[in-house]
Design a protein around this ligand. Structure first.
Ligand code: DC
Length: 214
């Protein structure tokens, strides 16, 4: 069984997918982590992150795996290196290259082979698992997403900066030539703006049960 979730940054996909994975006994896969791992690995080499061919070489030459739910590069757990401001700043540019996307997508499909998973990202319902058993698109307005980020990291960037970064990321995500953020025709749309995390989980579980009974 494949449960696929797409949606913009800060909409609650990761938190909710991780909770649903526990509740439904599914393997949780966060596809953004793979783009982040490539970005981090390339930055470690101190090479130009905007040189697409060089980034592709990095992507080809590292081994990305997941051990105990932690993303590893060449066997080393890098999970706590993936959400730095430096990675945040460049990851969307790394994720634009269709050649890098192919590498990430084949890693994801390999991991998913023969297991029940819940995967989330931007193109999971449209490109990676177009035949997923259950598809969801989470949305929330940009101000609310920025406010949530600000509350999570009150000592970090100010609200206006977070909001403008979120809007920039939305634009990048939606305008990518390949793998852009789109709503799949058969996805169930959930607006999380005014819902709590348990309420969103409940909506997803209800929708899965309803579809399962058909
Ligand atoms: O979900 P996230 O913020 O960790 O994603 C990091 C970046 O990777 C973000 O710029 C969007 C991109 N991404 C993508 O292009 N396709 C995916 N399936 C997942 C993430």
């Amino acid at each position: 069984m494949v449960v696929a979730i797409d949606g913009p940054a800060g909409v609650g996909k990761s938190t909710i997918a991780a909770l649903l994975a526990e509740k439904l006994n599914l393997y949780y896969l966060n596809s953004g982590s793979f783009y982040r791992a490539i970005t981090y690995a390339h930055q470690l080499k101190n090479e130009d992150i905007l040189n697409k061919d060089a980034v592709l070489e990095t992507a080809k030459n590292i081994k990305i795996s997941v051990k105990n739910s932690k993303v590893c590069v060449d066997g080393i757990d890098v999970e706590d290196k993936l959400h730095t401001l430096d990675v945040d700043k460049y990851v969307s540019q790394v994720s634009v290259d269709p050649r890098v996307r192919d590498i990430v997508n084949s890693i994801i499909k390999n991991i998913a082979e023969g297991i029940d998973i819940i995967a989330e990202g931007r193109d999971i319902t449209t490109v990676v698992f177009p035949n997923a058993d259950f598809k969801f698109y989470f949305d929330a307005n940009a101000e609310i997403r920025a406010k949530r980020r600000y509350i999570q990291h009150p000592d970090g960037q100010d609200f206006e900066t977070i909001l403008s970064e979120i809007k920039k990321r939305d634009k990048n995500d939606k305008e990518k030539p390949v793998g852009s953020l789109k709503i799949a025709n058969d996805a169930i749309i959930i607006d999380t703006s005014y819902l709590t995390i348990p309420q969103v989980c409940e909506k997803v579980i209800k929708a899965i049960k309803a579809q399962d009974m058909r």
